[in-house]
Write a protein that binds this ligand. Structure first.
Ligand code: HEC
Ligand code: HEC
Ligand code: HEC
Ligand code: HEC
Ligand code: HEC
Ligand code: HEC
Ligand code: HEC
Ligand code: HEC
Ligand code: HEC
Length: 424
């Protein structure tokens, strides 16, 4: 009886120990001792690591540093137990890559996660300089991700979240002193902050607008090659990129060493495009290479005139219909139809990227017809209004005349009654 009881108790105990259910985290003497040292340099990593994605996935300090996290003394950090100490900058890609480049291993955790970060990094200017000339100032995995506060990019607190990337890259690239030894500008962040892309992302909250890594790649950070730049902008501006690729400029720009889209729009400080960019005026992109005498310059002027004409007609029709609406006329149908002219305008502006006057005119013409029709209906609405007002004035006069007539009549009747009344 007693033996059975002991056996049962033992059984329960064993079951509890063996059961993975309340998975108590393995005792991590590394973190415990480091937190107790009272030395910021040793304790801070352990504090930060609490919110690290690797801690959340059940990894401890040994995952990167090696050693034995069951030893309570300094022998936990015995090199014989695989302890590597503080990894050097040149070791880091291999350290992180040990897991992240191992598809088999990573699949157990997250089959959809890419495993090419280390390979991509090796092709970047950062990776090539680190491996090639031992340049320790370039970015390694931890410059962008941190060492102990690593979070998935989707986490708003992550150093690589869409809203944080620019500052993360800018920490080095915006620091003229740090980058002093290199021959590249340090104005990318500053310029980016003036761009239509930055405004779309930070003011409109449109996370589909590009930040540094959308144009440079997450891990392949390289100066984009000439053919590559069009592809980069084209990820999002597909219509313009497609037209540009087939245009007269694509091959000649490549020959001249001009970076495609960026030749006219810039790269970090891309601003809103407008009709002033087209033609041969002060702010026109075309004027940099064309004159009023050459075929390109003539074409630029014609395109500008065509788009300007549609733009003006659309605006005129819109203003007229608005006036009619304010006067109380029903013009919602022509107002709706006028959207067709606006669409044509958008298409014509995109068609500029074919750099053929004909292609632009083909989009402009139907727009002009729509705008003219809408304008005519606005004119008719206002004529009708004038007609109704005239009609109203005539009826008011007639009514007033009638009332006057009736009043006169009543007066005459009254007087007659008074004259003919007896008793005076
Ligand atoms: C008993 C306390 C204790 C334990 C347990 C402990 N450490 Fe340490 N650790 C220290 C102290 C103290 C230092 C500073 C030693 C020095 O400067 O030489 C240190 C230094 C380090 C450093 C920095 C080395 C450098 O070169 O700057 C790393 C990394 C580290 N420990 C990781 C670990 C890991 C991983 C474990 C567990 C396997 C661990 N520690 C366990 C106390 C401990
Ligand atoms: C994902 C890998 C990874 C994990 C996990 C990790 N570390 Fe580190 N740790 C690093 C790297 C990389 C460095 C080098 C940082 C640098 O060069 O700035 C480092 C540096 C350190 C240093 C030296 C700090 C200094 O400023 O000199 C200490 C101490 C340390 N780690 C302790 C720990 C402790 C304790 C844990 C567990 C709580 C831990 N690390 C977990 C990657 C890791
Ligand atoms: C011991 C293996 C291992 C090492 C070493 C390691 N990682 Fe990880 N890492 C993982 C696993 C597993 C995940 C979780 C993947 C998941 O579930 O999404 C992860 C997640 C991440 C994530 C978040 C990915 C996402 O989108 O969810 C980043 C970023 C990351 N690691 C960067 C690093 C960096 C930088 C280093 C080197 C300092 C490093 N890792 C070292 C195994 C490792
Ligand atoms: C120049 C900065 C930079 C460097 C260096 C860098 N990363 Fe990243 N990493 C990023 C950015 C930015 C993202 C976020 C991409 C996104 O928005 O999805 C990212 C995403 C990740 C992810 C999530 C999955 C993915 O690929 O999108 C992992 C894992 C990762 N990096 C690991 C690494 C490893 C390992 C290294 C070193 C070999 C490294 N990173 C070097 C900037 C960097
Ligand atoms: C730790 C500092 C550091 C961080 C963080 C960093 N970089 Fe770099 N980057 C460098 C250094 C140093 C070079 C080498 C410059 C050179 O050789 O001209 C470089 C080179 C580059 C180049 C090539 C420039 C050229 O024309 O040679 C690009 C592009 C680049 N980085 C983009 C990025 C992007 C995008 C990010 C963020 C996702 C980033 N960098 C984060 C330090 C950094
Ligand atoms: C809209 C796309 C785009 C964005 C966003 C972008 N870049 Fe660039 N970047 C480019 C292009 C294109 C070039 C190549 C310019 C050339 O060849 O004339 C370039 C060049 C560079 C260079 C090489 C030196 C130079 O200035 O020509 C660095 C470094 C760089 N970018 C860093 C960054 C950083 C850091 C950010 C974020 C603050 C960023 N870029 C955002 C497209 C972009
Ligand atoms: C030769 C100069 C030039 C080149 C190269 C160029 N653009 Fe444009 N882009 C313009 C002009 C001019 C406008 C303004 C048209 C207008 O508003 O009348 C414009 C307008 C735009 C607009 C906004 C108007 C719209 O709806 O189309 C976008 C977006 C755009 N370009 C993207 C690109 C992309 C992406 C590339 C590369 C594939 C590129 N551009 C190459 C000159 C150029
Ligand atoms: C990741 C997607 C993405 C990439 C890559 C990208 N853009 Fe944009 N672009 C946008 C978004 C989103 C807007 C903002 C639209 C808005 O809200 O007005 C925009 C706006 C613009 C505008 C202003 C359009 C207007 O209506 O006036 C121009 C010009 C432009 N981008 C050119 C470029 C060029 C040139 C490149 C490459 C160097 C590029 N973009 C790369 C997404 C992108
Ligand atoms: C970086 C210089 C450069 C810029 C900027 C530029 N072009 Fe060109 N363009 C050329 C070159 C070079 C050629 C081919 C040689 C030639 O025919 O003049 C060309 C050819 C053309 C042609 C074909 C001419 C023909 O022979 O039929 C047209 C049309 C044209 N460009 C229009 C434009 C317009 C419109 C703009 C402004 C939105 C513009 N270009 C901006 C350099 C440029």
């Amino acid at each position: 009886m007693r033996r059975a009881g002991v056996a049962l108790a033992l059984g329960v105990l064993l079951a509890l120990v063996a059961s993975p259910a309340p998975a108590a985290p393995p005792p991590d003497t590394c973190a415990t001792c480091h937190l107790d040292t009272g030395d910021e340099r040793l304790a801070q990593p352990a504090k930060d690591f609490r919110d690290d994605i690797h801690a959340a996935k059940g990894f401890g300090c040994v995952a990167c540093h090696g050693g034995d996290s069951k030893e309570e003394g300094m022998e936990a950090m015995d090199p014989k137990k695989g302890y590597i100490g503080k990894p050097g900058t040149r070791q880091i890609p291999a350290l992180c890559g040990r897991c992240h480049a191992d598809a088999q291993f990573m699949k157990q955790y997250n089959p959809s996660l890419r495993v090419d970060q280390r390979a991509e990094y090796a092709t970047s200017v950062h990776g090539r300089r680190l491996a090639g000339v031992g340049d320790l100032k370039v970015a390694t995995c931890i410059s962008c991700h941190s060492a102990h506060a690593i979070r998935p990019p989707s986490d708003p607190k992550s150093s690589v979240h869409a809203l944080k990337v620019a500052e993360t890259c800018g920490r080095c690239h915006g620091d003229a002193k740090y980058m002093g030894a290199y021959k590249i500008p340090t104005d990318q962040l500053e310029k980016y902050k003036t761009s239509v892309h930055w405004r779309a992302m930070f003011e409109k909250g449109d996370l589909s607008a590009p930040t540094c890594n959308d144009c440079h790649g997450n891990h392949g950070a390289a100066p984009p090659g000439i053919s590559w730049v069009g592809n980069v902008c084209g990820q999002c501006h597909a219509v313009q990129a497609d037209l540009f690729k087939r245009s007269v400029h694509a091959p000649v720009f490549a020959q001249m060493g001009n970076p495609g889209c960026a030749t006219c729009h810039g790269n970090h400080d891309v601003s809103e495009a407008g009709d002033t960019l087209l033609g041969l005026g002060d702010k026109a992109a075309c004027a940099a290479c064309h004159t009023a005498e050459d075929a390109g310059g003539k074409s630029a002027t014609e395109m500008r005139a065509a788009i300007g004409g549609l733009s003006a007609d659309w605006e005129k029709a819109r203003a007229l219909l608005l006036r009619a609406e304010h006067a109380g006329m029903e013009v919602s149908q022509p107002q709706f139809d006028l959207n067709g002219a606006k669409d044509a305008l958008v298409k014509a502006r995109a068609a500029v990227h074919s750099f053929r006057t004909e292609a632009v005119k083909k989009e402009v013409e139907p727009g002009l017809a729509i705008a003219a029709k809408a304008y005519a209906r606005g004119v008719r609405a206002l004529e009708e209004l004038a007609f109704r007002r005239k009609g109203l004035a005539v009826s008011v006069i007639v009514i007033l005349a009638l009332i006057a007539g009736i009043l006169l009549k009543i007066r005459a009747v009254d007087r007659r009654q008074q004259l003919g009344a007896p008793g005076h």
